[in-house]
Design a protein around this ligand. Structure first.
Ligand SMILES: *Cc1c(COP(=O)(O)O)cnc(C)c1O
Length: 460
């Protein structure tokens, strides 16, 4: 299967190339040239087998089905729950889908575990190595460290803002003990980390000589991997039942994966509500029809503190009737002015795609955590609480809703304590992490220094 860029000025590439390169060279995002038809998840089908079929529909003949099955089995073997993404009933027509049973207790494990296996196999077949770089405000770095630790062909470089992420989040990145995982604590905030990574990627010569790649939320392999749990939820709750998914959202990779699942025939219908915190650029986009730059503010749900939801570009491409010129113009205008109204030819169709967004304030998020605890005795993470608050707001008796629980509460002990007055226990499997030695290096926010660090540490 070929992948094309949403901005139309890059040559089509195959599945492996689309996954390994992340962003297309024209600055656009890769999307499949046509939507494959995928059979819904079988009632008795194991999660890893569904994942192998979904990935296989995009990989075409680039990766043999048996290899994909192996990759998916290995990816999900380390999950603490057999069904990987179990559903818990919370009311007559209400469910939580728990996506935090992976090694670092956040939903990013679901895609990252798979991507690491995929990269290793793809690079092995090409006889290549890569240096994967990412900036993290918390969850992505840990998930990447756990997934790539011990990888044969990938060296991982994670930049995090020094003393600005929670200790639990840092432990997951710094205690792998793997010599291919390198942590850099940058003496600045997350935006500076992200800006360094952007500058590294803008240096095309460095990208080529160092074999640099990324695994951020626009990577197609992550989107495809996340489409899988929408499919298993649909089958578990009844093949013909219309479900409303409520998705705590930041970069919108997760919500987009639901749309992809529907487009490929894995769902009975499609309705997803993106639940966002006070950084509500996504609501402004979907409700008001404006793409507007704003500084990210800090909230109790830091993994969703995103000011420009990057995966929106793929939706804009679909809404425009797959018109790359329109998408390119939109993003060029946005880059210049930071505030553009969506053209009618995007805004109109966008309203009929099954996606909407709702904002939850910081105060309501903490109140929701408190209320859920009082009602049920459950501790929930602040990101999940943004979702359950929206579910509560929109609840209708005849509507089945599935809220995606995106992280384990123990990952955010300070916020949980603030909300309910007690600190959640780390699950047994994560306790070992707290006892290990942390390894990380320090750097100032200087691109040249980070570049040298990567060159001196990467295996050749
Ligand atoms: C990354 C993350 C999100 C947001 O997911 P997107 O795909 O960026 O929309 C929500 N909750 C948690 C816990 C996360 O780590």
């Amino acid at each position: 299967m070929n992948f094309i860029s949403t901005r139309g000025q890059a040559a089509p590439v195959g599945f492996i190339e689309a996954c390994l390169s992340g962003l297309a060279p024209d600055g656009g995002l890769y999307v499949p040239e046509t939507w494959p038809r995928i059979e819904p998840a079988g009632v008795h089908e194991a999660y890893a087998d569904v994942a192998a079929r979904v990935l296989g529909a995009f990989a075409g003949d680039e990766i043999p089905p048996a290899t994909l099955q192996e990759i998916c089995k290995r990816a999900y073997a380390g999950f603490a729950h057999q069904s990987v993404a179990p559903l818990v009933q919370t009311g007559p027509n209400a469910y939580l889908m728990e996506l935090h049973h992976g090694p670092t207790l956040a939903f990013k494990d679901v895609a990252m575990q798979l991507i690491a296996q995929l990269f290793d196999v793809a690079l092995e077949s090409r006889g290549e190595r890569m240096s994967v770089t990412c900036a993290t405000s918390g969850d992505t770095g840990g998930a990447a460290a756990a997934a790539f630790a011990g990888s044969t062909n990938v060296d991982l470089f994670i930049l995090h803002p020094f003393e600005r992420i929670s200790p639990v989040q840092r432990l997951f990145m710094t205690t792998t003990g793997a010599d291919n995982v390198h942590n850099l604590a940058i003496d600045q905030n997350f935006d500076s980390c992200q800006s360094i990574v952007k500058q590294l990627f803008a240096d095309r010569e460095f990208v080529t000589t160092s074999g640099l790649s990324g695994v951020n939320s626009i990577n197609w392999a992550r989107i495809a991997a996340q489409a899988v749990y929408y499919a298993t939820a649909q089958t578990a709750l009844g093949a013909d039942r219309a479900l409303r998914f409520i998705v705590p959202s930041g970069n919108m990779g997760d919500a987009l994966a639901g749309y992809v699942a529907a487009r490929c025939g894995l769902l009975a219908g499609f309705e997803a509500v993106c639940a966002v915190n006070e950084n509500d650029a996504l609501r402004v986009l979907l409700q008001d029809g404006y793409m507007r730059r704003a500084d990210a503010v800090s909230t109790p749900s830091p993994a969703m503190d995103i000011s420009v939801p990057s995966n929106f570009e793929r939706l804009a491409f679909e809404a425009s009737g797959r018109d790359p010129d329109m998408v390119r113009q939109l993003y060029e205008q946005f880059a210049q002015s930071g505030d553009v109204e969506l053209p009618e030819r995007i805004k109109g169709p966008l309203g009929c795609m099954g996606l909407s967004a709702q904002t939850v304030t910081n105060t309501s998020t903490l109140e929701e955590m408190k209320r859920v605890y009082a009602e049920t005795g459950w501790e929930i993470c602040p990101h999940t609480a943004v979702g359950t608050a929206v579910a509560r707001r929109l609840a209708r008796e005849d509507q089945v809703s599935v809220v995606l629980a995106t992280a384990h509460p123990a990952k955010f002990p300070e916020t949980v304590h603030e909300a309910i007055g007690q600190t959640p226990d780390l699950p047994e499997r994560a306790k070992a992490v707290a006892a290990r030695t942390e390894v990380y290096d320090h750097a100032t926010a200087d691109v040249a220094a980070v570049r040298d660090y990567i060159l001196s540490r990467q295996r050749t």
